[in-house]
Design a protein around this ligand. Sequence first.
Ligand SMILES: Nc1ncnc2c1ncn2[C@@H]1O[C@H](COP(=O)(O)OP(=O)(O)OP(=O)(O)O)[C@@H](O)[C@H]1O
Length: 531
Amino acid sequence: MDLDLLNNLSTGVIFVDKNKEIKYVNKTAKDILNIKEGQSCKNLKMFDICKKCPIDYYNKHSTFPEFEDFNITLSCCSKKVCYSFKPVFENGEFAGIIEEIRDSTKVNQYIEIIKKEKEFSHLILDSVIDAIVVVDNQGKIINYNQNAKNLLCREVDIKGMNLSLLIKKDLKELPSSREDIIIETPAYGKIKVSAVFTRLKSGEGSIFSFYVVPDCMLSQEAASNKSRLITKSSLMVYVLDIAKTVADTTANVLLEGESGTGKNVLAKYIHNQSSRRDKPFVKINCAAIPDNLLESELFGYVKGAFTGAVKDKPGKVELADGGTLFLDEIGELPTYLQSKLLHLIQEKEFERLGDTKTKKVDVRIIAATNKDLSQLVKEGKFREDLYYRLKVISIKVPALRERKEDIPFLINYFIDLYSKQYNKHIKGISPEAVRLLLNYDYPGNIRELENIIERAVILAKGKFIEVSDLPDEIVYNTKILTQNDLDEEIDEKQKILRVLESVNWNKSKAAKILNIDRVTLWRKLKKYGLV
Ligand SMILES: Nc1ncnc2c1ncn2[C@@H]1O[C@H](COP(=O)(O)OP(=O)(O)OP(=O)(O)O)[C@@H](O)[C@H]1O
C-alpha cells in the first residue's frame, strides 16, 4: 500500500481490525481524531455511531448496520463528519473495517445558510401583497407565493401548470409595466388585476406579479349579494365551510375573533343556513346592556316582578323559541347570569323574573367574543362548565390582515353600498388608493375598512375615490425608514429589503437612505439574489 498517497488524501482513513485495534490511521484522520496506531478503539467512542459499532454488529448479526444519516457527530468535539466504512475480508474471513471520514462542518454550514435563505425568501414572498408567480420560458410555473395560490387555484399546488391556461391570457399580452388587466382564474372567474410581467435578468423565465383591483362589474355582483358576507379568501371559505356543516345541527357555537371581523355576520349566516332560518334570529349584546337590566332582557318578567313591571314581558330567550339566540360579547355576562344560562342550556327551560312557573324553550345558542374566554375561565371570571357548553363547536374568525385578498372585494361592496346610501355615483377607486388600502393592517378589521370607505364615498368629489379621500393613518402608514431605525438591524440583506419595501423598490431612494451609491446597492442586490 502506498502510505504516502494515503497521507496526502483530504479524507481521513482508518483501518480497525476485528478485535477493534487501530491498525492504520492516515494523517488527515490523525489530525481530526487525534488517535494513533496500536490503540484500541474499544473505549474511545470516537463517533456517535459507536453505539452501533459495525464490528460489534457484525459479530452479533453476521451482517453490517445501515446508517441512514452519514452525517456523524464526533464524540470528542461536536464536529460533524461524513462517515462511511467498508468491511475487509481476508481469505473469506472478516478481518476488520476501513473507515473513511471527511470534515463536513463547512458543508453543513452551507446547507444551513441555503436553508435559511430559502426560508427567508419564502417569508418575503408570502408577506408581500402582490400575488407572485415565476414562470420558465415555456410559461410553466416554477415558483409562486401564497397570494398567487389563493387567487389562482386556492388549495391546489400550481407548480408545473401553464400560467397562460390558468389566467386565460396569452403571456405575450401581459404588460411589461404595471397596468390594469382582466384575467380569468379557476378560483374567482373574471377579475381585474393590476399586473406586471417582468423578464428575469438571467433570461431564464419571467415574474408575473399582480393584485386584485376593484371593478364596477364586480361591484354590482357584490351588491346583489344580500347576505352581506363578502369573502373570497380561502381562509374564510374554509371557515364558512365549517359554519355550513354545523349550521343544521343543534350544537352550540362559539365564535371567537377580534372586534369587527364579522362575528355578527357569521352568526346570521349560520342561522340562515340552518333549518331554523324561518324562525327568529334574536340577538343580545351582553356588554351593551347594564347588568341590572340584562336578566330581564334575557329571561323576561311577569307583572309586579319589580317596580315598573306593569305587565308581563317575554325576554329574548322566549322570543328566540324555535330559532337562534345570539349572545354577543358573552365574556361580559355577569356570573349570576352565567348560572342561569347554563341551566337554560342543560334543561332547556327557564323562569321569567318574578315567575314561579318554568317555561320550556327550544333555542340554538350562538355566542361570540373578542376576549380570550379560556383566560377568563382561568381568572375565575367565567364558569368553566358554561364555557365548555358554549364551545361545543368553536370557530375562529380570522382578522382582516390574515385575509388581505378580501380587501378589494370588500372595497367594491362598500363603495356600492354607500354610493347608493348617499346617492353618489362613485364608479370605483384609484389604483394608488387601493395600494394604500391593501398595505394597511386594520386593527379595527372589516368595520374599520367599512368606515374608511363610507367616509371616502362622502368625501369623493369625482367618480373615483382618490388617495386624498382616505384618512391620514392610511396615507402615512408606509413609513419611510431612517438610518436610526436601521441601527438595530443586523442582517444587511434584511435591512436592504426593508428599505426597498418602504420606498416601493425605488432604488435611488433606497440607496440614499442606506447611504450608499446606486452601483453599490446594485452589487449588493445581486449578491443577495434580489435582482
Ligand atoms: N364578510 C363581510 N362582508 C361584508 N361586510 C362585512 C363582512 N364581515 C363584516 N362585515 C361588516 O363589518 C362590520 C363589523 O362586522 P360584525 O359586527 O359582524 O363584526 P364583529 O366581529 O361581530 O364585531 P364586534 O366583536 O365588535 O361585535 C359590520 O358592518 C358588518 O356588516
